[in-house]
Each structure stands twice: as structure tokens, then as C-alpha cells.
Design a protein around this ligand. Structure first.
Ligand code: NDP
Length: 434
């Protein structure tokens, strides 16, 4: 707290993990002796840089770029890049910190990192986005590499941006070294099912959690916040498994469609036309549009899937959801529920699938993309999807077991933190004072 007093999201993420670790530290004095908690909260490296780029009117704009290489004890740093005006070091550090445990939980050899910029891609032309990405990579390329640090997408960084970033990396390196980024297009080394992976993985995980408690998704009513990459594919998989998704949102408001959300229309609006979700009503007059971020949580639903951004569900929203009969919450976004909201859900026996576990399918499939790039081979959609499902089932099993082992009962929030932590802490101790 004294080192990072203004990084409030980072402090929130650390506090949440540390609460779960109390019994672990008690049982393993070696972690305290090696001062693991202090070491693990200090990034191995933080890079902050200037990103100059020229807009379509010929003006020179300056943004700030970040890459935090948080922990490389179990593999190359791995984590996405976020382009959003709210990005500052506190956001990048919270995301990088969570990524350490999430990546460890996947069982794959990847360390934790995260990056991004306060650049706002909204309303920018393709040419402006390209010039920005090229400038961003002109500094970043010297810090990353297939065995060093492998960025991917996040909010504001999708297939288009990854393409521009990779093109510039290839130009600067003079080599086709495509293992340096994941989330690539299929024509230059991307993996089938990577686009779908985070949303699908979230729903596979929630289904596992429900099954463990004698329920399933079939027939359930679902509300989703966001209408980006994670939200869209969570909606698709939940619908395939027999649930009815009645609401989705963007940062301006939400749409409610009692007949079930028309996902192809959302995809057209968001993935192709980059428009606002309110346009949904142009073709679905029977649906309802309500303005305001967070308003979506007033919808009555059985399952809530926050897939937009951090601190999306506050304590007040949690109270409304519980009063409206929610039985399960699956975190698709990173830290979408405040710590108070999570506590309220758990105190009221609502099942919570925590982000570190539930949205790990994206990075797990990124690691599968890295494997395919190394082998110069690609798996079919079905092969990748089957591996993803298996990984999600294992994450659920390991988080549930860790929670039991340390006296939390069935508490996946604590279990995910503990299972993710132990592997990294043991690797850090084995590697000496670093
Ligand atoms: P996208 O950029 O594709 O979509 C983000 C969605 O969230 C949009 O609907 C956006 O609305 C909304 N949103 C973003 N910021 C805000 C905000 N400040 N307030 C309200 N709404 C907001 O991002 P992703 O779907 O990739 O990411 C969503 C979440 O999932 C993030 O927390 C990300 O870290 C997490 N995640 C993503 C993974 C991935 O593979 N993509 C992997 C693991 C986690 P609008 O268009 O109006 O801004």
C-alpha cells in the first residue's frame, strides 16, 4: 500500500488474493520465510513508453504505452493488451497480477504479464488504428518474443489490432516469428476456436460448477454485461447448452429481449459495424433498451455473466440480483464484481465462478496457439474446443480441491487463488532469491 498508494484496482486485486492465502501461509512457513507475498506483488519489470501517432487530419497525438512483466517463474510472460482511455499503471498491474494465478491454474507453462495503452480506438479510422498499433509495436518489440513475453488481445484489442501489431513486429524483426502474439488471424498462425475460447470456457466452467451442485444451464435465464468478444461467445455457448440469454449491454446501456437475444444481429452490430447496442431496436421493436452502465443487473435472471469490465457489479447490484433470485454468477471479465459484491454473493449461498478460473479459457487457448506455432501445425476446431473443455473441467476440479484442502468448503474464489498461487510460489522458491 505504501509503494502503490494510488493504484486502487491493483490494491483491490491483491487484497482479494491475500484473504484466501491466510491458511496457506499458516500451513507453509516456507512461503513466509522466502517473503513470497512481498515478492509476488512487485512486478519483475514495468515498461512505460511514449506512443506518438498521426491522425487522419495530420495532427500528432501522444498516448502512453505499458507492459508489465509481472512474474515469469513458470513460463514466458503472457497476458493481453488493453486499449481504453481508462488504462493507467494501476489497471495494468491489477490485470497482470491476476494473470499470474490464472495462467498457473491452466496447468500450462505461462507466466503473468499485461499491457496496453490509454488510446481510445472508438471512432478512429482503420488507418488511425493501424498507425497507432505500428507506433506501439515500434517500442514494444524489443521487450517481447516467443520465449520472453507473448501479448494477446483484451478490451479494445481484437483481430484487427493483433494483425497490425504482428505486421509491424515482423517488419522490425525481419523474421516470421509468429509465436510472439496470440489471437492472430487464421491465415498467419492463429488458432481455430481462439476467438470463441474465453466465452466458451466461461460457460463450460459455469456448467461444471452448476453440475457439481446438482443443477445445469438448460432452461436457465441468463443476463450478460458487455457485447464484446467474451460476451458474444458466452452468449453463443450458453444458448447452445439450452439457456436463454435475455440481456446484453455496452458501456451506454443494455437491451432486453424476452424472446432471447438475437446473437447474429449483435455480432453484425459489434464485430462488423462497430455500432452501439441501442441499434438492436431498429430490427427488434419488441425489445427494450435502457440507458446506463450497470443497469443490466436490475434484470431478473438465474445466472449473471459479467463480461464487460472491472467493478461492473457493485454491492448494490449484487443485492438486487440476489433479491431477484440469481443462483450463479460467472465472471467472464476480470474482477467484474467488487470484493464486497463477491462476499455478499458467497454469504447468500450464490455460486460464484471467479474470473481467474472462469475466464482462463482464453489464455489457455492462447497457449495452445503457441504450441501449434512451435509445431508449425494446426489442430481442428473440434480438437482445440475439446482441449479447452478439458482444461476448464480440470481448473474447476483443482480449485474445488484446493478450497476443500484449506478449509473453505466449496468456495471457488478461495480455491482458485490458492491453487494458482502454490505452483508459482514453489517455482519461485526453487529458483532462489529473485
Ligand atoms: P471487448 O473490447 O471485445 O468488449 C468489451 C465490452 O465491454 C464492450 O461491450 C464494451 O462496451 C464493454 N466495456 C468496456 N469497458 C467498459 C467500461 N469502462 N464500462 C462499461 N462497459 C465497458 O473486450 P473483451 O470482450 O475481450 O473483454 C471483456 C472483459 O473480459 C475484460 O475484462 C477482459 O479483461 C476480460 N478477458 C478477455 C479475454 C479475451 O480473450 N478477450 C480473456 C480473459 C478475460 P463499449 O463498446 O461501449 O466500450
Amino acid at each position: 500500500k505504501t509503494r502503490s498508494p494510488y493504484e486502487k484496482e491493483f490494491l483491490q486485486a491483491v487484497e482479494e488474493v491475500f484473504e484466501s492465502l491466510e491458511p496457506v501461509i499458516k500451513k507453509h512457513p516456507e512461503y513466509e520465510k522466502a517473503n513470497i507475498l512481498e515478492r509476488i506483488t512487485e512486478p519483475e519489470r514495468q515498461i512505460v513508453f511514449r506512443v506518438p501517432w498521426v491522425d487522419d487530419h495530420g495532427n500528432l497525438n501522444i498516448n502512453r504505452g505499458f507492459r508489465v512483466q509481472f512474474n515469469g517463474a513458470i513460463g514466458p510472460y503472457k497476458g493481453g493488451l488493453r486499449f481504453h482511455p481508462s488504462v493507467y499503471i494501476g489497471i495494468v498491474k491489477f490485470l497482470g497480477f491476476e494473470q499470474i494465478f490464472k495462467n498457473s491454474l491452466t496447468g500450462l507453462p505461462i507466466g503473468g504479464g499485461k499491457g496496453g495503452s490509454d488510446f481510445d480506438p472508438k471512432g478512429k479510422s482503420d488507418a488511425e488504428v493501424m498507425r497507432f498499433c505500428q507506433s506501439f509495436m515500434t517500442e514494444l518489440y524489443r521487450h517481447i518474443g516467443p520465449d520472453v513475453d507473448v501479448p494477446a488481445g483484451d478490451i479494445g484489442v481484437g483481430g484487427r489490432e493483433i494483425g497490425f501489431l504482428y505486421g509491424q513486429y515482423r517488419r522490425l524483426r525481419g523474421a516470421f516469428e509468429n509465436g510472439v502474439l496470440t489471437g492472430k488471424g487464421l491465415t498467419y498462425g492463429g488458432s481455430l476456436a481462439r476467438t470463441e475460447a474465453t466465452g466458451y470456457g466461461l460457460v463450460y466452467f459455469v456448467e461444471e460448477m452448476l453440475k457439481h451442485n446438482g443443477q445445469d444451464l438448460k432452461g436457465k435465464t441468463v443476463a450478460i454485461s458487455g457485447s464484446g468478444n467474451v460476451a458474444i461467445y458466452a452468449c453463443q455457448k450458453a444458448t447452445q447448452l439450452g439457456a436463454k440469454v435475455v440481456a446484453m449491454s455496452d458501456s451506454s446501456g443494455y437491451v432486453y429481449d424476452a424472446n432471447g437475444i438475437d446473437l447474429p444481429l449483435i455480432q453484425q452490430l459489434k464485430e462488423v459495424e462497430r455500432k452501439r447496442i441501442s441499434e438492436y431496436l431498429k430490427t427488434h421493436a419488441e425489445a427494450k433498451y435502457v440507458e446506463g452502465h450497470g443497469a443490466v443487473w436490475s434484470i431478473k435472471c438465474d445466472v449473471a455473466l459479467p463480461c464487460a469490465t472491472q467493478n461492473d457489479i457493485t454491492l448494490e447490484h449484487a443485492k438486487t440480483l440476489v433479491a431477484n433470485g440469481v443462483t450463479a454468477v460467472g465472471e467472464g471479465a476480470n474482477m467484474p464484481c467488487t470484493n464486497e459484491a463477491v462476499k455478499y454473493f458467497l454469504d447468500n449461498n450464490i455460486l460464484v465462478a471467479p474470473a481467474k478460473a472462469a475466464n482462463a479459457g482464453g489464455v489457455a487457448t492462447s497457449a495452445l496457439e503457441m504450441s501449434q506455432n512451435s509445431m508449425r501445425y494446426s489442430w481442428t476446431f473440434e480438437e482445440v474446443d475439446a482441449k479447452l473443455k478439458n482444461i476448464m473441467i480440470n481448473i474447476h476440479k483443482n480449485a474445488a480441491k484446493a478450497s476443500e484442502d484449506y478449509g473453505f468448503g466449496y468456495n471457488l474464489v478461495a480455491g482458485a487463488n490458492i491453487a494458482g498461487f502454490i505452483k508459482v510460489a514453489d517455482a519461485m522458491i526453487a529458483q532462489g532469491d529473485y
